[in-house]
Design a protein. Structure first.
Length: 197
């Protein structure tokens, strides 16, 4: 198994303890200064397995970048910070940080923190994918029901006949029944539009 790559963005000048601890734990570490860093761009270029931020307090710009990392690259983000206010913790969690550690870290705990953050991230990512899959199926089901209703209304089909007609069209065109339903609905919308004068 290859080493996990870790991007460490450090706001605390001259603090190499985190980087050294991670290297000692067997991680492949790229360490950068957080000041003025376009974090999202660095994640895109370096493609780390984990992002660790070491800072005083997360600001709105940084949290927006964390949201971008979660949306575009799906890697766990661990944040070490000084700010322990409830408001900040809520913002950090909402941004998608996998672990938020307040008041520094202990070298002996770093591997456990990374392992827990990775496990939590994988679990949340799996739940997110399952939710998206369920939403897609629900939307597809709605489209199929609308297309069946349209065929019942316009062609006088029974519900079963409408479903079989959709399924037959989908099979003939190599589409899923959900995609065929979308096509039927789009065509109906097109035919119902009045020409421009």
């Amino acid at each position: 198994m290859s080493k996990l790559s870790v991007l460490v963005a450090n706001e605390l000048e001259g603090d190499d303890v985190l980087q050294q601890t991670l290297q000692h734990c067997g991680y492949d570490v790229a360490a950068l200064n957080l000041s003025g860093l376009e974090l999202l761009e660095m994640v895109k270029n370096l493609r780390p397995d984990i992002v660790i931020l070491n800072l005083y307090r997360p600001d709105k710009t940084l949290l927006q970048q964390v949201i971008g990392i979660n949306q575009q690259h799906a890697v766990p983000v661990i944040m070490f910070a000084e700010d322990q206010s409830t408001e900040t913790i809520n913002k950090v969690i909402k941004a998608g940080v996998s672990a938020y550690i307040v008041d520094g870290f202990e070298a002996k705990r770093i591997k456990a923190i990374v392992d827990i953050a990775l496990a939590r991230f994988k679990e949340q990512h799996a739940l997110k994918l399952e939710l998206e899959k369920t939403k897609t199926k629900l939307e597809e089901r709605k489209d199929i029901d609308k297309a069946k209703a349209l065929l019942i209304k316009t062609q006088g089909y029974s519900e079963e006949q409408a479903y079989h007609a959709l399924r037959k069209l989908a099979m003939e065109r190599g589409l899923t029944i959900g995609d065929m339903a979308k096509n039927v609905l789009a065509m109906a919308d097109l035919l119902n539009q009045k020409p421009a004068q």
